[in-house]
Design a protein around this ligand. Structure first.
Ligand SMILES: [Zn+2]
Length: 372
């Protein structure tokens, strides 16, 4: 029987939250994906397992039984979390008023569960949708989707619309634009020397990197929506040695695709202040910017109309955070943040709002029923 009330939805969600599934916890994430695949199968969906590789967990595709080869609606989900095993003890499964707590409950196990139940309701009532309805559930989103990215792109290419059921933002907002991101590593190699005996023979890699950091950070341009953050640094071997090695990790975010290219070019072209020190640069674009195109605006307006019939005033927003929606937005009209409302994603205060479960499930079902 399809689940239609908040209490029963929460029971199902909590069953998933009880399976800890950090992206790199292979045992946990595999158990989670297998449990979810079994629930999709039990709901009457056709399930195709995709084995894990490169140390990441498996993924799966699920299709409503009426789906054919036409371009359809792709519902994009992930079931990995950022929480290491043991987080359940620090943020135990519990309900306090309208808040249901637990690691991954909001980002995004609760969201995937209500999306599944929206489809399960249609199947149980022998309803169909105008378009094929497919789900892709992945296990590596929180680490940048290294093994699912090509699958996501392939599925987005054969989709007419993509609904990313990432959690809703403050007050139930859906997402129609996200910044793109790049990760780079800048390393310097100098010449080591005894700091007391031969200081002048040394060429300091730390000094070189220190100079480069102010140039890197100065590339931030809030007006353009680009940020450059040097977030991690390591170097040196001891306080009495002129350091031979130093490196930094850099996180770049951009609103405009061309800004991503040019920032990456500028960083690749950095030259050392001290010619006796060499620089190397690795990395590049991770997620391209997700821009609100006209077709994305129309898809949002469609969702807004359906939401208003359900008494929801749907508002859209832009976020600097990335998601798998960044990979699909340029391939098919994509609406993100279609999941449940709540707060505290990626923290031990993570919770969803129980009152959002049924309305958001209904909204998803109306989207499935009306997209054509
Ligand atoms: Zn997420």
């Amino acid at each position: 029987m399809p689940i239609a009330n908040a209490e029963a939805l929460l029971d199902g969600i909590n069953r998933w939250v009880a399976i800890e599934s950090k992206s790199d916890d292979l045992t946990g994430i595999t158990r989670m994906i297998e449990a979810a695949a079994a629930d999709f199968l039990a709901a009457g969906m056709d399930v195709e397992a995709i084995p894990g590789r490169d140390g990441c967990g498996p993924h799966f595709l699920a299709a409503a039984p009426w789906s054919d080869e036409r371009p359809g609606v792709l519902v994009l989900c992930h079931l990995d979390t950022v929480h290491p095993s043991g987080a359940l003890e620090l943020n135990p499964i519990r309900t306090e008023g309208d808040r249901a707590y637990g690691p991954g409950v909001y980002d995004m196990k609760g969201c995937v569960f209500i999306a599944l139940q929206a489809a399960a309701g249609l199947i149980a009532e022998q309803q169909t949708t105008p378009l094929p309805l497919r789900f892709l559930v992945v296990s590596d989103e929180e680490i940048g989707s290294p093994t699912s990215r090509t699958i996501i792109e392939t599925e987005a290419d054969r989709a007419k619309y993509v609904l990313v059921v990432e959690p809703a933002r403050n007050g139930g907002k859906v997402v129609t634009a996200r910044k793109g991101s790049a990760r780079m590593v800048l390393s310097a190699r100098g010449k080591p020397a005894h700091s007391g005996v031969h200081h002048s023979d040394g060429e300091s890699a730390i000094l070189e990197i220190a100079r480069q950091i102010s140039d890197l950070e100065a590339m931030t341009n809030y007006d353009r929506g680009t940020t450059v953050n040097v977030g991690f640094i390591q170097g040196g071997t001891g306080v009495n040695v002129v350091p031979e090695h130093c490196s930094v990790e850099i996180d770049l975010r951009m609103t405009e695709p061309e800004d991503g290219e040019s920032l990456i070019e500028r960083i690749r072209a950095l030259t050392p202040y001290n010619p006796a020190v060499s620089l190397t640069v690795e990395g590049g674009l991770n997620r391209p910017p997700y821009r609100k195109s006209n077709s994305i605006s129309s898809l949002f307006e469609h969702a807004k109309g359906l939401a208003s019939e359900l008494g929801i005033d749907l508002v859209d927003t832009f976020t600097g955070g990335g998601s798998d929606g960044n990979f699909t937005a340029s391939r098919a009209p994509t609406l993100d943040g279609m999941g449940v409302d709540g707060a505290g994603a990626h923290t031990l205060d993570e919770h969803l709002f129980v009152s959002s479960l049924v309305p958001r499930m209904r909204l998803l079902r109306r989207m499935f029923e009306t997209l054509e």
